[in-house]
Design a protein around this ligand. Structure first.
Ligand code: ADP
Length: 618
């Protein structure tokens, strides 16, 4: 087939422009990205070979080779992995394959990459990192049962495709190095970079160098393995340095930051496996951008990489955890689908979850500040677990931090502390959910509790309103939203009720959308408040959903009136005296209760008219 020239997809063109023009430091990561791709390609074909040995083509001496050609100024990477067909090449190297890449672009345009070169690592821009060091790149590749193809590009605008002859399955990438990147032809530089990034890879990485024989002056090639190939998770903990852990973490996560916590252990007994897990310091970018609520750990069976797509290895709410699990008891020669069903996986999962939750609890005990930082990043995800992981509900709840009425803004407390600080036999953990602390700290719902000196937790994460009711109780204490549900009627109200009976009936008739009108002891300074039913959405959440264009069911709240309040008494008296002003004032009582609840007024114009009428009389 003749040469074909194709255009890069627009986003990719932008990405390449950024890479070639903005990124000068951390350039060495290109080698990690390319070796990592080669390693993945080997894992893929080896895995396919388990169920379809034909595709192996007897080419199973797994290896990644590097060759530096000083004369030509090229660095050449070869693997005998899965290779790519023509379609694969167009799809993988001509469009944006990696989900992180789009996110990277969105962010990179704003951020000055010159100042924040570490950004590139976070997004795993992978193959395209080659253009940081190469002025042009050629990829020769052949997949089992397809024609070989050559992809070439100088990283601007377009790429070309040619049909080529290539005997073996796999991929060879040739980088024509830029003048200022020739250091990557240097044997020592290559060795130290591979050592740093890829030492633990399970496939051998070899370096081919040419040497002149002193006597005969004949050029000889020498091939030498330059990585130790020791899977880091199989090595004893005390022999692994913090730096090795860190490099491995970065290799796995594409994160440039250090991991906040490393969890490395062997499970023995009913199930046997080795796990090396990392808790990142910051929420990984792809976690914020893509809405895939699944956790992706790398699963190995006896050192053979199986998949990073098993979603039953770790529940979704722990998807911020990165790492490797190597199990010895799982069968190797079965398809991914069958393996995914294996009951051992569930046991492994339960063990991993316990270990992660325990580690988080230990951090909380030992280093509250560090834990607060992690909670800031991952607290919202953990809360999803209250809904999905019933067996660990209490442990998860014990890891949550909240602001409270008795603490300074920004200072956090825990449910356990809340209970410890109770001075009487209070049976409930009181909380109020709202948009932000400023908005709820002076809310009428808190008046009574403030007067009684009770602590109320203030919850401002939008997910709180959904998940806290699911928790139901913690250490035997019920969770109670102070803006929802009944409260114990005191006998004191019985007397008042007689006085207010007529007015209450009137108000209920007058006010549309109010489920009921009644007297309350909930309030001290405020006149009226709206109270939702247990297990309904809070008004601020309804408001948020409306803004996002979501349908929100009409909920009917109860209007509670404070019989001690002079305005309430006044309106009652006006109504009793058949005064026509009672109507507008009753509406106003309701309106202010709506506003205080965090919702919006249905008819702001009517509200303004009533208020103005009232003001003009004053
Ligand atoms: P990522 O590896 O993060 O998916 P890359 O841009 O590095 O992103 O690579 C895009 C895709 O190209 C890979 O997902 C893979 O399918 C394919 N690819 C890259 N390098 C190789 C290789 N050496 N052998 C086979 N396929 C490759």
């Amino acid at each position: 087939m003749a040469q074909e020239t194709m255009q890069f997809k627009t986003e990719l063109e932008q990405l390449l422009h950024l890479i070639t023009h903005s990124l000068y430091s951390h350039r060495e990561v290109f080698l990690r990205e390319l070796i990592s791709n080669a390693c993945d390609a080997i894992d893929k074909i080896r895995f396919q070979g388990l169920t379809n040995p034909d595709c192996l083509e007897d080419n199973t001496d797994w290896k990644i080779t590097l060759r530096a050609d000083e004369e030509a100024g090229t660095l050449i990477l070869t693997d005998n992995g899965i290779g790519m067909s023509r379609e694969d090449v167009i799809e993988n190297l001509g469009t944006i394959a990696h989900s992180g890449t789009k996110a990277f672009l969105a962010r990179a345009q704003e951020a000055d990459l010159k100042e924040n070169p570490e950004l590139i690592g976070q997004f795993g821009v992978g193959f395209y990192a080659s253009f940081m060091v190469a002025e042009s790149v050629t990829v020769d590749t052949k997949a089992h049962g397809t024609e070989a193809v050559r992809w070439s590009s100088n990283g601007t605008g377009n790429f070309t495709l040619d049909a080529i002859e290539k005997a073996d399955r796999g991929t060879t990438i040739t980088l024509h190095l830029k003048e200022d990147a020739k250091e990557y032809l240097n044997e020592w530089t290559i060795r130290s970079t591979v050592k740093k990034f890829s030492d633990f890879l399970e496939h051998p990485v070899t370096l081919i160098t040419t040497q002149k024989d002193e006597e005969s002056e004949v050029e000889e090639e020498k091939e030498e393995q330059i990585n130790s190939q020791k899977a880091i998770w199989l090595r004893p903990k005390n022999e692994i340095t913090a730096e090795e852990y860190s490099e491995f973490y970065k290799h796995l996560s594409h994160d440039m930051n250090e991991p906040a916590e490393t969890i490395h252990y062997n499970a023995e007994g009913a199930i046997e496996f080795k796990a090396l897990l990392f808790i990142p310091e910051k929420r990984p970018f792809d976690l914020m951008m893509n809405h895939d609520p699944k956790a992706h750990l790398n699963l190995y069976v006896q050192r053979v990489f199986i998949s990073n797509e098993f979603d039953n290895l770790l529940p979704g709410y722990l998807r911020f955890v990165k790492g490797v699990v190597d199990a010895s008891d799982l069968p190797l020669n079965v398809s991914r689908e069958i393996l995914q069903e294996n009951p051992q996986l569930e046991k492994i999962r339960n063990n991993l979850v316990s270990r992660i939750l325990k580690t988080l609890a230990q951090i909380k005990e030992k280093d509250f500040e560090k834990f607060s930082g992690l909670h800031e990043e991952f607290g919202t995800l953990l809360k999803e677990g209250l809904q999905s992981d019933w067996s660990n509900k209490e442990k998860i709840a014990d890891l949550l931090l909240f602001e409270s009425t008795t603490k300074e803004p920004g200072e956090k407390t825990t449910l356990a502390h809340y209970i410890e600080n109770l001075t009487d036999d209070q049976e409930e953990i009181l909380y109020l959910a709202g948009e932000n602390r400023d908005q709820i700290a002076n809310s009428p719902y808190l008046e009574r509790y403030k007067a009684e000196g009770r602590e109320v937790l203030l919850m401002t994460d939008p997910i709180d309103d959904f998940v806290m009711p699911q928790l139901m109780e913690f250490k035997g204490k019920k969770l109670k939203a102070v803006n929802k549900g009944e409260q114990d009627d005191t006998d004191a109200l019985k007397e008042e009720e007689k006085t207010f009976e007529g007015f209450i009936g009137y108000a209920k008739e007058l006010l549309n959308g109010v489920k009921e009108v009644k007297l309350t002891t909930r309030l001290k300074d405020s006149a009226a408040v709206l109270v939702g039913e247990e297990n309904t959405m809070s008004p601020h959440i309804e408001e948020m959903m409306r803004r996002m264009g979501q349908p929100v069911p009409e909920t009917q709240s109860v209007l509670e009136l404070n019989p001690e309040h002079p305005i309430v008494q006044k309106v009652q008296a006006l109504h009793a005296a058949n005064d026509s002003k009672a109507e507008a004032l009753t509406h106003l009582l309701h309106d202010q209760a709506v506003l205080a609840s965090g919702a919006k007024l249905k008819d702001p114009a009517a509200f303004t008219t009533r208020l103005n009428d009232l003001l003009s009389e004053a």
